[in-house]
Design a protein around this ligand. Structure first.
Ligand SMILES: *[C@@H]1O[C@H](CO)[C@@H](O)[C@H](O)[C@H]1NC(C)=O
Ligand SMILES: *[C@@H]1O[C@H](CO)[C@@H](O)[C@H](O)[C@H]1NC(C)=O
Length: 339
């Protein structure tokens, strides 16, 4: 007698639930459309977008721009710029300060190369201060970033990105950690300092004590990943493992954000479906407590090359690109997952 119920609940796991979640549009990013920035939640009422690329007449320029969005008033302001222009910065907020721990800088030959330079932003002084740079051999951007107590972890990323068709994309499996209290880079145990696979442009979140690296890609847009790598940050000696739950749609260039014990992955790049412009519209959520995935309402404006923050049951997604590669937009929208 229970069989039909079991079947319907099993089906609902794999079917798109387009009814679940709503998208709304907010005030667009002023000054310039933007992609390949980082988005960090400064406090419960504001988030910042840091660096990235902006359009020019001939392509895109890497920017040092930092802008703050105030959630209650739906308004943007401009903060002190980064000391150098960076795209794919590795950024996190800890204790009301923004940390930028390396990223990619535009070199004179046109390639984007990893820089070890690191800074902290103090909102009270509206000022960036230099930190100990990360070890030069670990310099990279586009890492999966997770905060655990006073530590910021960077997992994977890319050391070089040549922003041309078929250009080099050097994906790494390096893991680094910065201690924000000591102002020093941490030496990680052998079990923790490399992921089992190289990843860049992945989703990331710390749930309870575990860092999850969701999807991403390896050496180029096409080689998308659907698996989730995880490490217990309180037990680094146990090392990395691959969880059972696999992303329904493998994607790189995803935005990700955590609400409760669920990690939302939004959009992405490397879609081979005709008419997609290489961009994914998928919104899929990983339930870390159950180790399962669910498909939610797709993005109204499908994008890659953005990043998201979540607060008070809402996920904010500023900027990104609407086509594979460069195509920055000024869209800010918000997704409310519902239940
Ligand atoms: C892009 O960078 C070039 C070279 O640095 C500069 O001349 C130009 O003004 C920049 N354009 C924009 C829109 O920032
Ligand atoms: C959040 O940070 C912004 C920027 O420093 C500040 O203007 C605002 O007052 C802060 N809000 C809260 C609730 O702390």
């Amino acid at each position: 007698m229970k069989l039909p119920l079991l079947i319907s609940s099993a089906l609902s796991l794999s079917l798109p639930r387009a009814d679940v979640g709503t998208w709304s549009t907010l005030a667009p990013i002023p000054l310039f459309p933007r992609q390949e920035h980082s988005t960090v939640l400064l406090n419960s009422s504001s988030f910042a977008i840091v660096g990235g690329v902006i359009p020019t007449e001939t392509g895109v320029n890497t920017t040092a721009l930092v802008q703050l969005y105030n959630i209650p008033s739906n308004t943007w302001t401009t903060l002190a710029p980064l000391p150098v222009a960076l795209n794919h910065p590795n950024a996190a907020a800890v204790d009301g300060k923004i940390y930028v721990l390396g990223g990619l800088a535009a070199a004179s030959d046109g390639a984007w190369r990893g820089t070890p330079q690191s800074w902290v932003y103090d909102p009270k002084a509206n000022k960036w201060s230099a930190l100990e740079p990360m070890p030069a051999s670990e310099a990279r951007g586009s890492a999966a970033v997770g905060v655990y107590n006073e530590l910021i972890f960077l997992a994977g990323g890319m050391s070089v990105l040549e922003p041309v068709a078929g250009g080099k994309q050097e994906t790494v499996n390096t893991v680094s950690a910065f201690d924000t209290e000591l102002g020093k880079w941490v030496t990680l145990p052998e079990t923790a300092k490399r992921m089992p696979e190289a990843r860049d442009h992945a989703g990331a979140a710390v749930v309870d004590t575990k860092l999850y690296v969701l999807g991403g890609r390896d050496h180029g847009q096409a080689n998308v990943k659907g698996s989730v790598l995880a490490i217990s940050l309180g037990r680094l000696d146990v090392g990395w493992r691959t969880v059972k739950g696999v992303m329904p749609t493998p994607r790189g260039g995803v935005a990700s954000a955590k609400l409760g014990r669920k990690v939302y992955t939004l959009g992405g790049e490397g879609n081979l479906v005709e008419g997609s412009k290489g961009v994914f519209n998928q919104v899929e959520v990983y339930d870390a407590a159950k180790d399962t995935w669910e498909v939610l309402a797709p993005m109204k404006v499908p994008r890659h090359g953005t990043s998201a923050v979540a607060v008070d049951g809402k996920i904010f997604v500023p900027g990104g690109s609407v086509s594979q590669g460069a195509g920055p937009v000024d869209v800010l929208d918000v997704f409310v997952p519902g239940s």
